[in-house]
Design a protein around this ligand. Structure first.
Ligand code: ASP
Length: 715
C-alpha cells in the first residue's frame, strides 16, 4: 500500500500529472526545441524567439544579474532597473545613517543627480550563450571515462578567448549536468549602478522574519537602481559624466492585472539546485548538515534580534547581517520539513532501485554502492566544514576580522622588503573604518558566548582547533570567562585600539600582536581549518562530483522517460513557467493566490519592528487612494504562481503571456523550499510582488511619479 502511494508520488513528481505546474529551470536557447509547444498550450502568446535571440533584440536583453547573486530587469529606456529590496539591502544600508535613515524612511532621488553611486555594484547582461560541449570535451575524456582536467581547462580557456576577442565583453564556460555538457556565456558588465529609490523598510521588508518565506505575504520587496554607461553606451567605472544606459529592450509594465490560472514566466538567474542527488547525499543534507546550520544560526540570531530591537543604531548596523543569516536559517527549516513530507529519501530510493535494475551488467552497476562509501567519508569532513563555516560566517565577527591581521603578519617581512608596508597599513586603516561602522562589541561578544560552545562541543575533536580546546580547558570550561577575557584584552574589539596599533606600528609592536587573544583564536581556527578540513573536504567532495558526472549520464541514458532532465540551476540565465495558482499547505487549508492591502492593514501592529506602518500609508489606505492601480475595491499586493524558482531568482521579472512585466519575484512559500532538492507541483509556489503595488508605492505613496513616467505602462 505504502509502496503504491509512493509510486504515485514519484509519478506525480516526475510526469507532471497536474496540468498546471511545470517543474524546471530551462535554458533560453533551448526553449524552442524543448518547451515552446507546452508554453503556448499554457497560454503564452509570444514565441521562444521573442524570449531569446542573438541576431535581434529579445527579452533576454532586459534581464540583468544584479550584484553577486540576484536578478534585475530593465523597466525604462533610460537604464532604470528593478530588483528586490532585499537584493539592494546592502547598498541601502551602506547609504543609511542616523541622519539619513533610508532603511527606515526610504529614499527617492528627485533627479538623476541625486542618484547614489555604489562602489563594487555591477549589473550584467547576457549577450549570447552557446553549447560548447564538443569543443570543451575534445580530448578531455580518458579511455576509462575519467576527465583530464588539464585538457578540459585549456579547451575552456581557448573557447573563452575566441569568443570575446576584439570586443569589450567577458565570457565564461559553465558545466551543466555535472560536466556532461558545457555552455559558453558572453556577458556585458556595467560597473556604474546607482540607487534611485527604495521604499521604507516597513514596506520593503513588511512582515520581517516572521513573514519571510511565508504565504499569505504582503512585502513590497522592491528597489530601483539605474545603470550608467560612457558616452558610447558602453560599460565604464563610475564617473559623474556617465550617462543613463540606453538598453536594447525594456519591459513594458502591465497594470491590467493578474487572474487565477494566467500563464506566467520567470526570467532570471537561479543560483543552485540539486535535483539529481542520490539518497545518501539527500540524507546528509537533511539529517546532518541542515541541523548544524539551524542550531548555530538560531543562537546567533537570538542575540542579534535582541540587539536590533534595543536601539536604532544597532538596528542599522546589524540589518544586512541579520537578513543574510536569518534568510538561509529559515529556509533550511522549511526545506527539511518539505523533504520529510515528500518522504524524499524513499522517493529517491525507488528511483535508485529502478536505476540498479537497468544498469545491471554495465559499468554503472557499482555506482550507487560507491556513493554510499564516498558519502560516508565526505560526511566526516562536511560536518566539520559546516561547523567552521557557521562559526566564521554566522558567528562573532572578531574572528574573521582578526584573521586579516594574521595574513598581514604572515606577509609582514615580504611587504617590507617590497616597500609595500605603508600601503598595506593604509588599507587596513580604511578597512577598520568600514568594519567598525557596522560593529558593536557587546553584541559580538554575546554572539561568541552563544555560538562558541556549540562549535567546540559539536565539532569532531580530531578536526577542531587544538589551541581553542586547550584554552577552554584553561578557563575550566567557563566560556563566558574565556570570552570576557578575550574581548577585554584584544585590540580587535575596538576601533581606537586597532587604529592606535596601526598608527604606531613598528617591527617590535607588530610582533606583539601575535599574542593578542583574538589573533591567536583566529590563527588557530583558520589554520586548523586549512590543515585538517579544507583539502580533505574538497578531495572527498570531488569524488562525489565525479560520481555525479557518471550518475547523471547514466540516468539520462538508462531512465530517459522517468522525468524531464533539465539542468540544475547554476546561476545562469533560465526561464521557468507556470500559472497563477493557489495551493494547500496542509490538510483542510487552501491558500488563495492573491493578497491585497487589506491584508496589510489586518497585520498592522503599531510600533512593531515587523508590522508597523506610517501615518501617510494608513491615511492613503483609509481614503482608498489606489488610483489606477486598484483592482475592484482594493489594491493587489502579491501573488503566487507555480514557477520553479530558487535563490538568485530574487528580483526576477515575472511576465505575462505577452512578455509584459506583471510582478517581481522575491520568494517562495515555506512549503516550497525543498524544491531545490525535490520539486512538488502540488505545493511549490513562487511569490511575486504585484507591479500594481510597486507602482502605487512609487507613484502614490512616495510621489515619485517622474519614475513611473519613464516606464512604458500597458493598461
Ligand atoms: N527569497 C529567496 C532568497 O532570497 C528567493 C528564493 O529562494 O525563492 O533566497
Amino acid at each position: 500500500m505504502r509502496i503504491r502511494l509512493l509510486l504515485t508520488l514519484v509519478g506525480a513528481l516526475f510526469f507532471n500529472f497536474t496540468l498546471h505546474a511545470v517543474e524546471g529551470m530551462w535554458l533560453p536557447l533551448l526553449l524552442k526545441e524543448l518547451n515552446e509547444k507546452e508554453m503556448k498550450a499554457m497560454g503564452m502568446r509570444i514565441s521562444a524567439d521573442d524570449l531569446y535571440a542573438i541576431n535581434q533584440t529579445s527579452l533576454k536583453d532586459a534581464v540583468f544579474i544584479f550584484g553577486g547573486g540576484c536578478t534585475s530587469e530593465m523597466i525604462s529606456d533610460q537604464g532604470l532597473i528593478l530588483t528586490n529590496h532585499h537584493c539592494g539591502y546592502g547598498q541601502i544600508q551602506s547609504h543609511s545613517s542616523l541622519q539619513n535613515d533610508y532603511l527606515k524612511y526610504g529614499f527617492w532621488a528627485k533627479t538623476k543627480e541625486d542618484e547614489l553611486p555604489n562602489k563594487g555594484l555591477t549589473a550584467t547582461r547576457i549577450v549570447r550563450m552557446e553549447n560548447v560541449t564538443e569543443m570543451v570535451l575534445d580530448g578531455a575524456i580518458r579511455q576509462d571515462g575519467s576527465v583530464n582536467q588539464q585538457v578540459l581547462d585549456a579547451n575552456i580557456k581557448r573557447v573563452v578567448a575566441q569568443s570575446v576577442s576584439g570586443t569589450h565583453y567577458e565570457a565564461s564556460v559553465k558545466p551543466f549536468y555535472y560536466g556532461n555538457e558545457y555552455y559558453l556565456f558572453v556577458t556585458e558588465t556595467f560597473k556604474d549602478v546607482r540607487l534611485v529609490g527604495t521604499p521604507p523598510s516597513f514596506i520593503g521588508k513588511f512582515g520581517g522574519d516572521t513573514d519571510n518565506w511565508m504565504w499569505p505575504r504582503h512585502t513590497g520587496d522592491f528597489a530601483l537602481f539605474r545603470i550608467y554607461a560612457d558616452a558610447n553606451n558602453k560599460p565604464a567605472e563610475y564617473a559623474s559624466s556617465n550617462r543613463p544606459y540606453k538598453p536594447l529592450h525594456h519591459f513594458p509594465v502591465s497594470i491590467k492585472g493578474v487572474q487565477e490560472n494566467d500563464f506566467t514566466l520567470v526570467y532570471g538567474f537561479p543560483g543552485r539546485t540539486q535535483q539529481y542527488l542520490p539518497s545518501p547525499m539527500v540524507s546528509l543534507t537533511m539529517n546532518d548538515l541542515n541541523p548544524i546550520r539551524i542550531k548555530i544560526r538560531s543562537k546567533a540570531l537570538q542575540v542579534i534580534d535582541e540587539a536590533m530591537a534595543s536601539a536604532d543604531e544597532l538596528r542599522i548596523k546589524y540589518a544586512a547581517k541579520q537578513s543574510r543569516i536569518s534568510n538561509a536559517y529559515k529556509k533550511w527549516i522549511g526545506e527539511n520539513r518539505g523533504l520529510k513530507k515528500l518522504d524524499a529519501l524513499t522517493v529517491k530510493k525507488l528511483i535508485e532501485d529502478q536505476f540498479s535494475q537497468k544498469v545491471k551488467g554495465s559499468s554503472y552497476e557499482p555506482l550507487l554502492s560507491q556513493f554510499d562509501e564516498w558519502v560516508a567519508t565526505f560526511r566526516y569532513y562536511a560536518l566539520a566544514n559546516d561547523y567552521y563555516n557557521e562559526l566564521i560566517f554566522s558567528g562573532p565577527e572578531i574572528i574573521r576580522y582578526a584573521y586579516n591581521y594574521v595574513k598581514f603578519m604572515k606577509n609582514y617581512d615580504d611587504l617590507k622588503a617590497k616597500g609595500e608596508l605603508d600601503k598595506t597599513i593604509e588599507s587596513l586603516r580604511t578597512g577598520a573604518e568600514g568594519y567598525f561602522k557596522n560593529y558593536d562589541m557587546i553584541t559580538d561578544k554575546k554572539i561568541m558566548m552563544a555560538v562558541l560552545p556549540l562549535f567546540i562541543e559539536g565539532i569532531d575533536k580530531s578536526m577542531g582547533p587544538d589551541y581553542m580546546f586547550d584554552e577552554i580547558i584553561r578557563f575550566k570550561n567557563n566560556y563566558d570567562a574565556f570570552v570576557n577575557n578575550l574581548f577585554s584584552i584584544s585590540i580587535f574589539s575596538s576601533k581606537e585600539k586597532v587604529l592606535s596599533f596601526l598608527n604606531t606600528i613598528n617591527d617590535k609592536s607588530a610582533l606583539k600582536i601575535k599574542s593578542d587573544p583574538a589573533y591567536r583564536m583566529a590563527e588557530s581556527i583558520y589554520t586548523s581549518y586549512f590543515n585538517k578540513v579544507s583539502d580533505k573536504y574538497d578531495e572527498t567532495n570531488q569524488r562525489i562530483q565525479n560520481g555525479m558526472f557518471h550518475y547523471m549520464k547514466a540516468l539520462r541514458q538508462f531512465l530517459p522517460d522517468i522525468r524531464k532532465y533539465y539542468p540544475d540551476a547554476n546561476s545562469t540565465l533560465r526561464v521557468s513557467y507556470g500559472r497563477v495558482e493557489g495551493y494547500s499547505p496542509q490538510d483542510g487549508t487552501w491558500y488563495h493566490w492573491q493578497t491585497t492591502i487589506d491584508g496589510i492593514m489586518a497585520k498592522y501592529v503599531p510600533d512593531d519592528t515587523e508590522f508597523d506602518l506610517d501615518q501617510r500609508y494608513i491615511s492613503l489606505y483609509q481614503q482608498r487612494q489606489f488610483g489606477r492601480y486598484a483592482s475592484g475595491q482594493s489594491l493587489p499586493v502579491a501573488f503566487i504562481a507555480s514557477n520553479h524558482t530558487t535563490g538568485g531568482n530574487s528580483g526576477s521579472p515575472v511576465l505575462n503571456a505577452h512578455g509584459h512585466l506583471i510582478g517581481i519575484n522575491f520568494d517562495r512559500t515555506w512549503e516550497s523550499t525543498m524544491s531545490d532538492i525535490m520539486y512538488d507541483p502540488e505545493r511549490c509556489r513562487n511569490i511575486s510582488c504585484d507591479m500594481r503595488y510597486v507602482l502605487w508605492v512609487i507613484d502614490v505613496y512616495a510621489g515619485a511619479s517622474h519614475l513611473v513616467n519613464e516606464m512604458t505602462i500597458v493598461q
